[in-house]
Design a protein around this ligand. Structure first.
Ligand SMILES: Nc1ncnc2c1ncn2[C@@H]1O[C@H](COP(=O)(O)OP(=O)(O)O)[C@@H](O)[C@H]1O
Ligand SMILES: [Mg+2]
Length: 255
């Protein structure tokens, strides 16, 4: 079941810097929200607040009825949250399949100790996770790379591998941080296709940070624009593109 994500007046300070100020938003289950705004607007910091890596100075974050601020990142992952990073950190010398399999940890029985001891119950789960990982790689056009190593592959492919890893946890809430940055034209099309399919299936709520407005228009139901840690506007991608305040924030000049 896809998650309803609610943020109420989330603020975040580091030292004297106000990184986020009173950000509120609501993402309906199974929809795709685009989070856009210039560099330094606070988009990644907002993701870090949702995933439990940063602690907001004030405000509330809920995943359905779960108080996200009461849980550490590992428990939020068990509650269905998965994310990809602006700068993917893969195990470069492990295989692509092994990297994707890391995404299964939050949902497999027994935890890492049972896994490392290879207890009987974990073997079947491991086999199933492997099959599912292979299906995901196939689905995201990466089957050919299953046994390659990330160190031999392009940055764009790293983003795809990370997405497969996130999907293997069967998330109900997926946060994607600049997934299309550095992708080739063909990879961008593939990515758009994948997110649209996820939305059609309705099993996961997605929040995507992206500068590529073509991607934002193609995949989002709604857009929130951040500037200097505050919400500048909320609406459709089309409305955001045409909003003079948004144009000004991006270009740094009056439109
Ligand atoms: N851990 C941190 N310590 C201090 N400042 C931070 C930290 N994380 C983010 N910031 C500051 O927060 C602001 C927003 O950064 P970020 O969330 O990365 O923006 P965006 O993802 O929109 O480009 C920047 O000024 C950045 O320097
Ligand atoms: Mg960022």
């Amino acid at each position: 079941m896809a998650t309803r994500l609610v943020l109420e007046d989330v603020s975040l300070q580091f030292g004297g810097i106000q990184v986020l100020q009173d950000v509120s938003l609501e993402v309906e289950p199974g929809t795709v929200l685009g989070l856009v705004g210039p560099n330094g607007a606070g988009k990644t910091s907002l993701f870090n607040c949702i995933s439990g890596h940063y602690r907001p100075t004030s405000g509330a974050i809920r995943l359905d009825d779960v108080d996200a601020l009461a849980l550490p990142p590992s428990r939020l992952a068990e509650a269905g949250l998965a994310r990809t990073f602006q700068h993917p950190a893969l195990q470069l010398s492990a295989t692509v399949l092994e990297n994707v399999l890391l995404g299964a940890h939050s949902r497999l029985p027994g935890g890492p100790i049972a896994w490392s001891l290879r207890l009987p119950g974990t073997r079947r789960a491991e086999r199933e996770a492997r099959e599912e990982a292979e299906e995901l790689l196939e689905r995201f056009g990466l089957a050919w790379a299953t046994h390659r190593r990330p160190e031999e592959l392009s940055h764009g492919l790293h983003k795809g591998i990370e997405l497969c890893r996130a999907m293997l946890s069967r998330p109900s809430l997926l946060l994607l941080d600049e997934p299309a940055a550095g992708l080739s034209h063909g990879e961008v099309e593939q990515f758009i296709d994948s997110v649209r399919r996820l939305r059609d299936e309705g099993e996961v709520t997605v929040v995507v940070v992206e500068h590529h407005m073509g991607v934002i228009s193609a995949v989002t139901d709604k857009v929130v624009v951040l500037d200097n840690g505050r919400e500048l506007m909320a609406g459709t991608a089309e409305e955001a593109r045409n909003d003079p305040r948004v144009i000004e924030a991006y270009l740094g000049v009056s439109a």
